[in-house]
Design a protein around this ligand. Structure first.
Ligand code: AVJ
Length: 320
């Protein structure tokens, strides 16, 4: 029960996030260096992600928003009124209001590990929906979460937009879906966004835009490591790369060393040869079958699937 945790972010005596340091040091010692994508989102990284969603080549946010705008009547019919809407991750200022105005929810329960993001999202939503009870919960939603007593009798609708599920490998995604099922209970529905497999060129440019916003987002991780973990990584020696990896149907983002480099992080030394990479993100893409398979493995039964007009992105409704 996350309510009994003293705090969700564990800082050492120097104010360093222990989990961040552990992930970075472990990741840099691996054969294929890799750092989990969740560490992109410091203040600058969160701003850069916002900027990405406005970039011409990055279609997922616009495509998903289009579905939410245009299918409101169908959501209302299938979901019905009075549900407690439990959003996994603090809501976006655009998508969440579209869903809430479509379905007449009984309450809104945003879950986020960052209390700061959570309070901002809750305040924003309360202002937009004055009569709607909002119960923010500071929690790590990758684990089962105990929801507030106020919503214990209400049937739930989980909302997990953005294809964030795509950032996880199948094993982790399955665990998350099962934990969501546990959090939401027997009567629950889940509305989840999944990005679709499509033309490779379109996928690659969505993750390597001409303006370089995604590159800046990826490179910011190195700047964050240098700042927070006392690193001296030569940032300019790296470049952003987005790869389509066909057998896993995923985009991988890497930071490629362009020359031999040596550096230290938190007092530990590392070296990389020219061409060697740090793997920083997976973004899995789905088709009808793989999406259904993933949901079923996570103990959810697909009910209905919507796509945008260009069939770039899907929103899927599933039941417990
Ligand atoms: C919204 C977190 C799923 O994978 O598309 C955007 C993050 N990374 N550009 C995605 C992201 C590079 C994004 N997620």
């Amino acid at each position: 029960n996350t309510k009994t945790d003293i705090r969700l972010v564990d800082l050492d005596e120097d104010g360093v996030d222990r989990a961040f340091r552990a992930d970075v040091l472990t990741g840099l010692k691996s054969d294929q260096k890799a750092i989990p994508a969740r560490w992109f989102y410091d203040e600058r990284g969160s701003q850069l992600f916002e900027d990405i969603t406005k970039v011409e080549e990055y279609y997922p946010t616009r495509a998903e928003t289009e579905i939410l705008r245009e299918r409101g009547d169908e959501f209302a019919k299938l979901i019905g009124p009075g549900r407690a809407v439990v959003e996994f991750g603090s809501g976006s200022s655009v998508k969440t209001p579209l869903l809430l105005s479509a379905i007449e929810p009984g309450s809104y329960v945003p879950l986020d590990i960052s209390g700061e993001f959570l309070r901002a999202a809750a305040a924003d939503l309360s202002a937009k929906f004055p009569g709607l009870p909002v119960y923010p919960v500071e929690a790590d939603f990758t684990k089962p979460v105990e929801l507030p007593a106020e919503v214990s009798d209400a049937p739930k609708l989980g909302f997990f937009p953005g294809s964030t599920i795509g950032n996880m490998v199948a094993r982790t995604a399955t665990d998350l879906l099962r934990n969501m099922r546990e959090t939401l209970g027997d009567e629950a529905l889940l509305l989840i966004g999944m990005d679709l497999i499509k033309d490779e060129a379109m996928l690659k440019s969505a993750y390597d835009d001409a303006e370089g916003v995604t590159a800046a987002f990826n490179m910011n991780l190195l700047t964050r490591i240098n700042r927070e973990l006392d690193g001296d990584i030569p940032v300019d020696a790296f470049r952003h790369e987005a790869r389509w990896v066909e057998p896993y149907a995923r985009i991988e983002m890497h930071l490629v060393a362009q020359e031999d480099v040596t550096f230290t992080v938190s007092g530990e030394s590392f070296s990389m040869q020219a061409g060697e990479t740090i793997h920083t993100e997976n973004s899995h893409k789905f088709d009808l079958r793989s999406a259904n398979m993933m949901l079923l493995a996570g103990r959810w039964t697909p009910v209905k699937r919507w796509t945008d007009a260009e069939e770039r992105f899907s929103l899927i409704l599933a039941r417990a």
